[in-house]
Design a protein around this ligand. Sequence first.
Ligand SMILES: *[C@@H]1O[C@H](CO)[C@@H](O)[C@H](O)[C@H]1NC(C)=O
Ligand SMILES: *[C@@H]1O[C@H](CO)[C@@H](O)[C@H](O)[C@H]1NC(C)=O
Length: 933
Amino acid sequence: MKTSVNLIFNVVFLVLLISPSVFSWKKDEFRNCNQTPFCKRARSRKPGACNLIATDVSISDDGDLIAKLIAKIPENNEAQDLPTEVNSKPLLLVVSVYQDGILRLKIDEDQSLNPPKKRFEVPDVIIDEFLSKKLYLQRLSEEKIDNDVGFSSVVYLDNDYEGVLRHDPFEVFVRERGNGKRVLSMNSNGLFDFEQSREKTEGEDWEEKFRGHTDTRPYGPHSISFDVSFYGADFVSGIPEHATSLALKPTSGPGVEDGFSEPYRLFNLDVFEYIPESPFGLYGSVPFMISHGKARGSSGFFWLNAAEMQIDVLGSGWNAGEEKIKSPVDEKRIDTLWMSEAGVVDAFFFVGPGPKDVVRQYIGVTGRPAMPQLFATAYHQCRWNYRDEEDVFGVDSKFDEHDIPYDVLWLDIEHTDGKRYFTWDKLLFPNPKEMQNKLAEKGRHMVTIVDPHIKRDENYHIHKEASNNGYYVKDASNRDFDGWCWPGSSSYVDMVNPEIRNWWADKFSYINYVGSTPSLYIWNDMNEPSVFNGPEVTMPRDALHGGIEHRELHNAYGYYFHMATSNGLLKRENGNDRPFVLSRAFFPGTQRYGAVWTGDNTADWDHLRVSVPMILTLGLTGISFTGADVGGFFGNPEPDLLVRWYQLGAYYPFFRAHAHQDTRRREPWLFGERNTELIREAIHTRYMFLPYFYTLFREANVTGTPVLRPLWMEFPADEETFSNDEAFMVGNSLLVQGIYTQRANHVSVYLPGEQSWYDMRTGATYKGGKRHKFEVLEESVPSFQRAGTIMPRKDRFRRSSTQMEKDPYTLVIALNSSKEAEGELYIDDGKSFEFEHGAYIHRHFKFSNGKLTSSNAAPYAAGGKRFSTECIVERIILLGLSPATKSALIEPANQKVEIELGPLTLRPGWSPSVLTIRKPNLRIAEDWTIKIL
Ligand SMILES: *[C@@H]1O[C@H](CO)[C@@H](O)[C@H](O)[C@H]1NC(C)=O
Ligand SMILES: *[C@@H]1O[C@H](CO)[C@@H](O)[C@H](O)[C@H]1NC(C)=O
């Protein structure tokens, strides 16, 4: 979705510049660090500049470690070294400890001193369950570390870790118990700075101007910055959303690459035609960083703060030549600098030690990913725009004609009556209910777009109610903020207020959303929020949400909108239909409300490539249900790019094709028979693996471990994987390598670990721990099943996932060197919340000692509900058994079955090492054993 105003700008630009490139990111429209005073100030601070020390350290009645941070009077007592009076007010520091080894650090102004402004703390992100896991500190031990003159206070974190508050200089860190090795720390470089709110002094000017916009900044500077160090780290990752590599490149210090001299920016923006290699901030923000290293493993740091943030990854040697600050720690580490325009310090330290542990710890704070409906994990067809009902039915029937399954058809902004959301264009979509019902007969669903900008039209009921109730965000002079977006003059619903979110949620009831049916779901776009005529295409920072300035919560606006929409769908079905809402903007906690996509990408090979690190990064921050627009939003993909995109996109957790209004139509059958065949095969691959994907979504739902994983998440000790973001794991069993160049003949694929891998087409085996060269096939991107795993599939192709419900399963057993393998299958009704009361089947498959066993992986919840299915296993494929194996015995039925040679998939491609048991006809829900004879 994109800005037509921007389009006009762009055209003007092109004409002016006679630019040879069709796609151009308009860098000048956005602020850089030098044009952002708080960032410029923080970046120019010298190591050791922080003069704060911790005093009055004690344990509070709430079981927290508390202290005051005050400025240290320099020994020589020279006047110019004295801190300004205002910043010498003490800050309050609170360290609390939670189960699972989580340390939380809060630093704020002392409210008892009545600061001119109460700083904003982000509500509704931290889940209640986390708060209930607080440990009450009883005892404080003090010790001298690192030859300090002063003391450090040490608190218990868990059996293996402890938290340390060093008093002078002030520093907070987590270390291993026993050996005292540091894990991560704050202010070890003395860069901490906290601009306390204050009254304006005579003649002082707080206004900031940028490209004709004035930010009144009535509260003046109140930014916060500090350094965070990750010990034993080989690289850091996380802090989406940027179009860049998975392992974050340094942005400061020596060795900074071209284009990476700006900090990673976290400021939700609608960036027109973003470039595929930049630290520039895109649509969403998660201030959570994860580090990883061979020596120690992983750790994580999360700063809950919704204001603009800028983060530098400091290249090693960044502080060479600076006066060496007193730090005895010469260990390998990665230093980072975190800067935010407003808010408080509310930071979380995660000790890991594995990558999955860090993600679990982070999810423990911000909530588990929602369990999607089954249909939402299948293929989605979108375009700006499917013009009218005829177009919809035409596309729908072509899918059937070409034997291509799809589950969801999407309608972009043009379906509405003049961009008034919750309405329909009466000429183009006269019968929306009949239209949805017709799709629903084939088990298909529809999604319509609902954005947060509301057309200022007195005859539009949403506008009338919102303006009468005072539900809009206000501008700096306290009038309804009026900005330009799709409908023209628009106002923006103030989603931070729970009452207003409730009102919004009610708009999704079948009565209020006229023309909606139970098979209709929602897409939230433009929720950064995008304001075409606003500074940096967003809302002015001095706009007001009640008493809160927009600058303080900007990055969370889209999150609250997503939340309100998701709750709306929940309400409409009395809470027993899992919502599906796709959002472009995101924030920590978004994983609880729905899916996210990587916004307006471009139809070129570099964007195809960068989609993988972008999706992997989101997954590390708990937002697992993500994808990139297949085909690329802007521009017209060459057929081979489109095919490669389908072949890769079939493994995205969220699999949707989408295209800009100005692009040529590109439904799968428009590029000749051969390309149709290739795209069909790619989409079939996804449908075949749906049982595996759904099982992975459940794993994410319970543990936070993402569906798509960096190789190092599964092979944390294999250094070869650390910089690899061209390949990825789907769950723990499947490795996929994208093809990112046109007419590639060969591709080099690194297969990690000690065990071997089975080619998903042929069943041929390849050794792990090695790079292999493969011929590139037109038919698919390279994919491999890891030895020692079992994957469930459904191999019959239907019109939609819904129609596959009763289809039989195939199990693919890939044996490792000890002739063993393991896997899981999760099944429920695919729609409702009954699974939360025990209505699901969770099987565990294990092959060992020549026997395949299916057993119950999760005992039914006591007194809980049940889910049952008649589905059977129709085929078992065995990889890695001797081809001489001829038969097997099914127990308890005591029935002998033949073992034959057979293909691995229903496609051509055959290997003598693939054995098949046809029609064992075992019930998937029951316990059974198959003994190889
Ligand atoms: C799983 O998803 C459901 C539905 O989205 C959610 O309510 C629940 O908290 C999630 N986590 C677990 C462990 O069920
Ligand atoms: C083979 O796979 C099984 C099941 O995943 C596992 O328990 C076993 O450790 C593996 N054997 C080797 C040698 O890796």
